[in-house]
Design a protein around this ligand. Structure first.
Ligand code: CP
Ligand code: NVA
Length: 304
Protein backbone atom coordinates (compact mmCIF):
# COMPACT_ATOMS: atom_id res chain seq x y z
CA UNK A 1 0.00 0.00 0.00
CA UNK A 2 0.98 3.60 -0.56
CA UNK A 3 1.32 6.12 2.29
CA UNK A 4 -1.96 7.83 1.26
CA UNK A 5 -5.31 7.18 -0.41
CA UNK A 6 -5.61 10.08 -2.86
CA UNK A 7 -7.27 8.44 -5.89
CA UNK A 8 -7.90 4.91 -7.12
CA UNK A 9 -5.52 5.46 -10.06
CA UNK A 10 -2.69 5.20 -7.49
CA UNK A 11 -3.78 1.78 -6.22
CA UNK A 12 -3.03 -1.61 -7.73
CA UNK A 13 -5.85 -4.12 -8.22
CA UNK A 14 -4.37 -6.08 -5.32
CA UNK A 15 -4.42 -2.98 -3.06
CA UNK A 16 -8.14 -2.57 -3.78
CA UNK A 17 -8.87 -6.24 -3.11
CA UNK A 18 -6.87 -6.08 0.15
CA UNK A 19 -8.95 -3.10 1.29
CA UNK A 20 -12.20 -4.92 0.37
CA UNK A 21 -11.13 -8.08 2.23
CA UNK A 22 -10.16 -6.03 5.29
CA UNK A 23 -13.47 -4.14 5.05
CA UNK A 24 -15.38 -7.44 5.12
CA UNK A 25 -13.44 -8.42 8.26
CA UNK A 26 -14.15 -5.04 9.87
CA UNK A 27 -17.86 -5.49 9.18
CA UNK A 28 -17.81 -9.01 10.61
CA UNK A 29 -15.99 -7.85 13.77
CA UNK A 30 -18.38 -4.95 14.27
CA UNK A 31 -21.50 -7.09 13.75
CA UNK A 32 -20.23 -9.83 16.08
CA UNK A 33 -18.93 -7.55 18.83
CA UNK A 34 -15.31 -8.68 18.34
CA UNK A 35 -12.59 -6.41 19.65
CA UNK A 36 -10.94 -4.54 16.77
CA UNK A 37 -9.56 -1.44 18.50
CA UNK A 38 -6.47 -1.45 16.30
CA UNK A 39 -5.94 2.33 16.35
CA UNK A 40 -6.08 2.90 20.09
CA UNK A 41 -4.63 6.29 21.02
CA UNK A 42 -4.49 7.51 17.40
CA UNK A 43 -6.13 10.65 16.07
CA UNK A 44 -7.55 11.51 12.66
CA UNK A 45 -7.95 15.16 11.63
CA UNK A 46 -10.92 15.62 9.28
CA UNK A 47 -10.85 18.75 7.11
CA UNK A 48 -14.13 19.66 5.43
CA UNK A 49 -14.30 22.43 2.86
CA UNK A 50 -17.63 21.08 1.54
CA UNK A 51 -20.77 19.74 3.21
CA UNK A 52 -21.07 16.12 4.33
CA UNK A 53 -23.27 13.74 6.27
CA UNK A 54 -22.05 10.21 5.47
CA UNK A 55 -18.34 10.94 5.15
CA UNK A 56 -18.14 12.89 8.37
CA UNK A 57 -20.20 10.48 10.44
CA UNK A 58 -18.65 7.29 9.06
CA UNK A 59 -15.07 8.50 9.55
CA UNK A 60 -15.77 9.79 13.06
CA UNK A 61 -17.69 6.69 14.16
CA UNK A 62 -15.16 4.43 12.43
CA UNK A 63 -12.24 6.03 14.25
CA UNK A 64 -14.10 5.67 17.56
CA UNK A 65 -14.81 1.99 16.89
CA UNK A 66 -11.13 1.45 16.11
CA UNK A 67 -10.26 2.84 19.54
CA UNK A 68 -9.05 6.21 18.27
CA UNK A 69 -10.36 9.74 18.03
CA UNK A 70 -11.43 11.96 15.12
CA UNK A 71 -11.62 15.73 15.11
CA UNK A 72 -13.61 17.90 12.76
CA UNK A 73 -11.95 20.94 11.17
CA UNK A 74 -14.22 23.15 9.15
CA UNK A 75 -12.55 24.99 6.30
CA UNK A 76 -14.44 28.08 7.46
CA UNK A 77 -13.47 28.10 11.14
CA UNK A 78 -9.85 26.95 10.84
CA UNK A 79 -6.97 28.99 9.43
CA UNK A 80 -7.32 26.94 6.21
CA UNK A 81 -10.25 29.18 5.25
CA UNK A 82 -8.09 32.25 5.84
CA UNK A 83 -5.50 31.09 3.37
CA UNK A 84 -2.85 29.36 5.50
CA UNK A 85 -0.70 27.47 2.97
CA UNK A 86 -1.60 23.81 2.67
CA UNK A 87 2.02 22.78 3.20
CA UNK A 88 2.00 24.48 6.60
CA UNK A 89 -1.28 22.83 7.60
CA UNK A 90 0.25 19.50 6.57
CA UNK A 91 3.33 20.01 8.70
CA UNK A 92 1.37 21.20 11.74
CA UNK A 93 -1.20 18.39 11.67
CA UNK A 94 1.62 15.86 11.21
CA UNK A 95 2.91 16.86 14.66
CA UNK A 96 -0.43 16.33 16.46
CA UNK A 97 -2.27 13.63 14.54
CA UNK A 98 -1.76 10.20 12.94
CA UNK A 99 -3.81 10.74 9.78
CA UNK A 100 -5.71 13.39 7.82
CA UNK A 101 -8.97 13.03 5.93
CA UNK A 102 -9.79 15.93 3.61
CA UNK A 103 -12.85 16.87 1.55
CA UNK A 104 -12.22 19.79 -0.77
CA UNK A 105 -12.52 21.08 -4.34
CA UNK A 106 -9.19 20.65 -6.15
CA UNK A 107 -7.48 17.25 -6.28
CA UNK A 108 -4.25 19.23 -6.45
CA UNK A 109 -4.79 20.50 -2.89
CA UNK A 110 -5.10 16.94 -1.57
CA UNK A 111 -2.00 15.83 -3.46
CA UNK A 112 -0.07 18.79 -2.09
CA UNK A 113 -1.26 18.13 1.45
CA UNK A 114 -0.05 14.53 1.14
CA UNK A 115 3.30 15.62 -0.27
CA UNK A 116 3.99 17.78 2.78
CA UNK A 117 2.40 15.56 5.46
CA UNK A 118 4.46 12.98 7.32
CA UNK A 119 1.22 11.09 8.07
CA UNK A 120 -1.30 9.34 5.75
CA UNK A 121 -3.79 11.53 3.86
CA UNK A 122 -7.19 10.17 2.78
CA UNK A 123 -9.29 11.82 0.09
CA UNK A 124 -12.86 12.23 1.36
CA UNK A 125 -14.00 13.68 -2.01
CA UNK A 126 -12.65 16.20 -4.47
CA UNK A 127 -14.08 17.46 -7.75
CA UNK A 128 -11.96 14.77 -9.43
CA UNK A 129 -12.52 11.69 -7.30
CA UNK A 130 -14.34 9.97 -4.46
CA UNK A 131 -12.24 6.89 -3.74
CA UNK A 132 -13.74 6.00 -0.35
CA UNK A 133 -17.24 5.97 -1.81
CA UNK A 134 -16.26 3.69 -4.66
CA UNK A 135 -14.49 1.28 -2.28
CA UNK A 136 -17.81 1.05 -0.40
CA UNK A 137 -19.67 0.54 -3.69
CA UNK A 138 -17.34 -2.28 -4.76
CA UNK A 139 -17.69 -3.86 -1.33
CA UNK A 140 -21.49 -3.73 -1.58
CA UNK A 141 -21.54 -5.18 -5.10
CA UNK A 142 -19.20 -8.02 -4.15
CA UNK A 143 -21.20 -8.71 -1.00
CA UNK A 144 -24.44 -9.03 -2.93
CA UNK A 145 -23.26 -10.62 -6.18
CA UNK A 146 -20.32 -12.57 -4.61
CA UNK A 147 -17.76 -11.37 -7.19
CA UNK A 148 -16.70 -8.36 -9.25
CA UNK A 149 -14.72 -9.86 -12.10
CA UNK A 150 -16.74 -10.31 -15.27
CA UNK A 151 -19.73 -8.24 -14.08
CA UNK A 152 -20.95 -5.24 -16.05
CA UNK A 153 -21.22 -1.88 -14.26
CA UNK A 154 -23.10 0.95 -15.97
CA UNK A 155 -22.89 4.59 -14.87
CA UNK A 156 -25.54 7.00 -16.17
CA UNK A 157 -25.15 10.75 -15.62
CA UNK A 158 -22.45 13.34 -15.10
CA UNK A 159 -18.82 12.40 -15.77
CA UNK A 160 -17.96 13.66 -12.29
CA UNK A 161 -15.90 12.49 -9.30
CA UNK A 162 -18.11 9.39 -8.91
CA UNK A 163 -17.88 8.46 -12.59
CA UNK A 164 -14.10 8.94 -12.57
CA UNK A 165 -13.62 6.73 -9.52
CA UNK A 166 -16.11 4.06 -10.62
CA UNK A 167 -14.42 3.70 -14.00
CA UNK A 168 -10.99 3.20 -12.41
CA UNK A 169 -12.19 1.05 -9.51
CA UNK A 170 -14.49 -1.09 -11.63
CA UNK A 171 -11.91 -1.77 -14.35
CA UNK A 172 -9.16 -2.49 -11.80
CA UNK A 173 -11.44 -5.11 -10.26
CA UNK A 174 -12.07 -6.75 -13.63
CA UNK A 175 -15.55 -5.33 -14.27
CA UNK A 176 -16.73 -4.19 -17.69
CA UNK A 177 -17.66 -0.52 -17.36
CA UNK A 178 -20.07 1.38 -19.58
CA UNK A 179 -20.72 5.09 -19.04
CA UNK A 180 -23.48 7.25 -20.54
CA UNK A 181 -22.94 11.02 -20.29
CA UNK A 182 -24.33 13.90 -22.35
CA UNK A 183 -21.87 15.66 -24.61
CA UNK A 184 -19.80 18.18 -22.63
CA UNK A 185 -20.03 16.13 -19.42
CA UNK A 186 -17.47 13.40 -20.10
CA UNK A 187 -15.28 11.90 -17.37
CA UNK A 188 -11.79 13.32 -16.85
CA UNK A 189 -9.32 12.87 -19.72
CA UNK A 190 -6.78 11.10 -17.46
CA UNK A 191 -9.43 8.57 -16.51
CA UNK A 192 -10.47 8.03 -20.13
CA UNK A 193 -6.83 7.52 -21.09
CA UNK A 194 -6.46 4.94 -18.32
CA UNK A 195 -9.69 3.18 -19.36
CA UNK A 196 -8.74 3.06 -23.03
CA UNK A 197 -5.29 1.71 -22.20
CA UNK A 198 -6.71 -1.09 -20.07
CA UNK A 199 -6.46 -4.58 -21.46
CA UNK A 200 -8.96 -7.21 -20.33
CA UNK A 201 -12.17 -5.62 -19.05
CA UNK A 202 -14.15 -3.62 -21.60
CA UNK A 203 -14.82 0.11 -21.37
CA UNK A 204 -17.43 2.06 -23.30
CA UNK A 205 -18.47 5.73 -23.33
CA UNK A 206 -21.81 6.45 -24.98
CA UNK A 207 -24.42 9.21 -25.25
CA UNK A 208 -27.24 6.66 -24.97
CA UNK A 209 -28.25 5.55 -21.45
CA UNK A 210 -30.11 2.48 -22.80
CA UNK A 211 -26.92 1.34 -24.52
CA UNK A 212 -24.87 1.75 -21.33
CA UNK A 213 -27.25 -0.24 -19.14
CA UNK A 214 -27.81 -3.07 -21.63
CA UNK A 215 -27.20 -6.37 -19.81
CA UNK A 216 -25.72 -4.48 -16.83
CA UNK A 217 -25.45 -6.24 -13.47
CA UNK A 218 -25.15 -2.92 -11.61
CA UNK A 219 -26.48 0.51 -12.59
CA UNK A 220 -25.03 3.53 -10.78
CA UNK A 221 -25.96 7.17 -10.93
CA UNK A 222 -25.20 10.39 -9.08
CA UNK A 223 -26.49 13.97 -8.91
CA UNK A 224 -26.38 16.11 -12.04
CA UNK A 225 -25.05 19.16 -10.20
CA UNK A 226 -22.31 18.36 -7.69
CA UNK A 227 -21.23 20.49 -4.75
CA UNK A 228 -19.80 23.73 -6.11
CA UNK A 229 -21.93 23.54 -9.29
CA UNK A 230 -25.15 24.86 -7.76
CA UNK A 231 -25.28 27.81 -10.17
CA UNK A 232 -25.23 25.48 -13.19
CA UNK A 233 -28.23 23.55 -11.90
CA UNK A 234 -30.87 24.87 -14.31
CA UNK A 235 -28.66 24.37 -17.35
CA UNK A 236 -27.75 20.89 -16.17
CA UNK A 237 -31.39 19.92 -15.63
CA UNK A 238 -31.90 20.67 -19.33
CA UNK A 239 -28.70 18.99 -20.51
CA UNK A 240 -29.35 15.76 -18.59
CA UNK A 241 -32.92 15.29 -19.73
CA UNK A 242 -33.28 11.62 -20.78
CA UNK A 243 -30.62 10.49 -18.30
CA UNK A 244 -32.95 9.59 -15.40
CA UNK A 245 -32.52 6.06 -14.08
CA UNK A 246 -36.18 5.02 -14.12
CA UNK A 247 -38.11 1.78 -14.58
CA UNK A 248 -38.06 2.07 -18.37
CA UNK A 249 -34.29 2.45 -18.47
CA UNK A 250 -33.72 -0.35 -15.94
CA UNK A 251 -35.82 -2.72 -18.03
CA UNK A 252 -32.86 -2.74 -20.47
CA UNK A 253 -30.46 -3.99 -17.79
CA UNK A 254 -30.15 -7.57 -16.55
CA UNK A 255 -33.31 -8.66 -14.72
CA UNK A 256 -32.81 -8.12 -10.98
CA UNK A 257 -29.85 -5.78 -11.52
CA UNK A 258 -28.48 -3.81 -8.59
CA UNK A 259 -28.75 -0.03 -8.32
CA UNK A 260 -26.22 2.08 -6.43
CA UNK A 261 -26.32 5.77 -5.53
CA UNK A 262 -23.74 7.44 -3.29
CA UNK A 263 -26.38 9.85 -1.89
CA UNK A 264 -27.69 12.45 -1.42
CA UNK A 265 -30.22 11.61 -4.18
CA UNK A 266 -32.55 13.90 -6.12
CA UNK A 267 -35.66 11.85 -6.83
CA UNK A 268 -37.20 12.70 -10.18
CA UNK A 269 -33.84 13.96 -11.52
CA UNK A 270 -31.03 11.38 -11.84
CA UNK A 271 -33.19 8.60 -10.32
CA UNK A 272 -36.96 8.07 -10.16
CA UNK A 273 -38.60 7.77 -6.73
CA UNK A 274 -39.87 4.33 -7.74
CA UNK A 275 -36.42 2.98 -8.65
CA UNK A 276 -34.89 4.55 -5.56
CA UNK A 277 -37.39 2.91 -3.20
CA UNK A 278 -37.27 -0.43 -5.01
CA UNK A 279 -33.49 -0.49 -4.49
CA UNK A 280 -33.34 1.30 -1.12
CA UNK A 281 -32.02 -1.81 0.64
CA UNK A 282 -28.84 -1.98 -1.44
CA UNK A 283 -28.45 1.81 -1.56
CA UNK A 284 -28.47 2.11 2.24
CA UNK A 285 -26.23 -0.96 2.54
CA UNK A 286 -23.84 0.98 0.29
CA UNK A 287 -24.07 3.94 2.70
CA UNK A 288 -23.39 1.63 5.67
CA UNK A 289 -20.40 0.12 3.93
CA UNK A 290 -18.70 3.52 3.90
CA UNK A 291 -18.06 2.85 7.59
CA UNK A 292 -16.53 -0.59 7.10
CA UNK A 293 -14.50 0.31 3.99
CA UNK A 294 -13.04 3.42 5.63
CA UNK A 295 -12.18 1.53 8.80
CA UNK A 296 -10.21 -0.81 6.54
CA UNK A 297 -8.46 2.12 4.86
CA UNK A 298 -7.63 3.80 8.18
CA UNK A 299 -6.39 0.53 9.67
CA UNK A 300 -4.18 -0.28 6.66
CA UNK A 301 -2.72 3.24 6.42
CA UNK A 302 -2.50 4.22 10.08
CA UNK A 303 -1.66 1.02 11.94
CA UNK A 304 2.02 2.02 11.73
N1 CP B 1 -21.82 10.00 -0.36
C1 CP B 1 -21.24 10.94 0.39
O1 CP B 1 -20.04 11.19 0.30
O2 CP B 1 -22.08 11.55 1.25
P1 CP B 1 -21.79 12.87 2.10
O3 CP B 1 -21.66 14.01 1.12
O4 CP B 1 -22.98 13.01 2.99
O5 CP B 1 -20.52 12.69 2.87
N1 NVA C 1 -20.87 14.15 -7.11
C1 NVA C 1 -21.36 14.53 -5.80
C2 NVA C 1 -21.10 13.45 -4.82
C3 NVA C 1 -21.62 13.73 -3.42
C4 NVA C 1 -21.26 12.66 -2.44
C5 NVA C 1 -20.70 15.83 -5.37
O1 NVA C 1 -19.49 15.98 -5.59
O2 NVA C 1 -21.38 16.69 -4.83
Amino acid sequence: MQKDLLKLLDLSSQDILDILDTADQMKYSQKHGLDHAYLRGKTLAMIFEKNSTRTRVSFEVGMYQLGGHALFLSGKDSQIGRGEPVEDTARVLSRYCDGIMIRTFAQQEVEELARHAAIPVINGLTDFSHPCQVLADLMTIRERLTRLEGLKLAFVGDGNNMANSLIVGGLKCGMDVSVACPEGYDPDERVLAFARGMSGPRFELTRTPAQAVREADVVVTDVWASMGQEEERQQRLRDFSGYCVDEALLSQAKPGCMVQHCLPAHRGEEISAQVFEAHAQEIFEEAENRLHAQKAVMYLLMKG
